[in-house]
Ligand binder design. Structure first.
Ligand code: RP5
Length: 175
C-alpha cells in the first residue's frame, strides 16, 4: 500500500530517536516512508519533498531534527498536510535548542510539537489523525489505551502486594 505517513529527519544521527515513530506506526499497521532530508544540507530536496508529499498520498508528516532544527517548520510552510515535529536531543544543549526551534512557529504555520526525544508520541499522534476517518484504526487506538491502563493497574496491584521496598529492589535488579 502507498505510505500514509512520511517520517523525515535532518540526519542519520536522528534515526535512533526517530525509530520510535517508525516502530509505533508499524505496530498499528500504518505504512510509512522514511527519508533523510536536511533543511540546511539538502534544501532543494526538502522543498521538492514537502511540495509533493500530499500528491503522493501522504496524509501526515513527522519531521525530526536537532540543534538549529528548521526542518519541521520549513516543511510545514510548504505543505498543506499536518506536520508533527520531534525535537531530537542535541549534544551540547540536550535538545532544548531543538525544542525551541520547532515549537515557536509563527501564527498561520502550525507544527504539532512533541517532547524532546519522544518520537513515539509523534507516531501515535499520526496514527490518531489517520484514525479519525478509519474505524478499524480507531478501534486499535482504543485497545492500545486499554492495554496502557491495564499495565498501570498491574503495577499498582504488585506494589500493594510486595510493598514499595521490594518493588524498588526488583526494579533495580532488572536494570
Ligand atoms: C540537524 O543537525 C540534524 O537534524 C541533526 O539532529 C543535527 C546534527 O546532524 P549531524 O551533524 O549528526 O549530521 O540538522
Amino acid at each position: 500500500m502507498a505510505p500514509l505517513v512520511g517520517i523525515i529527519m535532518g540526519s542519520d544521527s536522528d534515526l535512533p530517536t526517530m525509530q520510535g515513530a517508525i516502530a509505533v506506526c508499524e505496530e498499528f499497521g500504518v505504512d510509512t516512508e522514511v527519508a533523510i532530508i536536511s533543511a540546511h544540507r539538502t534544501p532543494e530536496r526538502m522543498v521538492e519533498y514537502a511540495k509533493s508529499a500530499h500528491q503522493r498520498g501522504i496524509k501526515v508528516i513527522i519531521a525530526g531534527a536537532g540543534g538549529a532544527a528548521h526542518l519541521p517548520g520549513m516543511v510545514a510552510s510548504l505543505t498543506p498536510l499536518p506536520v508533527i515535529g520531534v525535537p531530537v536531543p542535541s549534544r551540547h544543549l540536550q535538545g532544548v535548542d531543538s525544542l525551541y526551534s520547532i515549537v515557536q512557529m509563527p501564527a498561520g504555520i502550525p507544527v504539532a510539537t512533541v517532547a524532546i526525544g519522544n518520537a513515539k508520541n509523534a507516531g501515535l499522534l499520526a496514527v490518531q489523525i489517520l484514525a479519525t476517518h478509519q474505524a478499524e484504526l480507531l478501534n486499535k487506538v482504543q485497545q492500545y489505551r486499554q492495554t496502557l491502563s491495564e499495565s498501570v493497574m498491574a503495577k499498582q496491584e504488585k506494589l500493594e502486594e510486595v510493598g514499595y521496598e521490594e518493588y524498588l529492589r526488583q526494579m533495580q535488579s532488572a536494570e
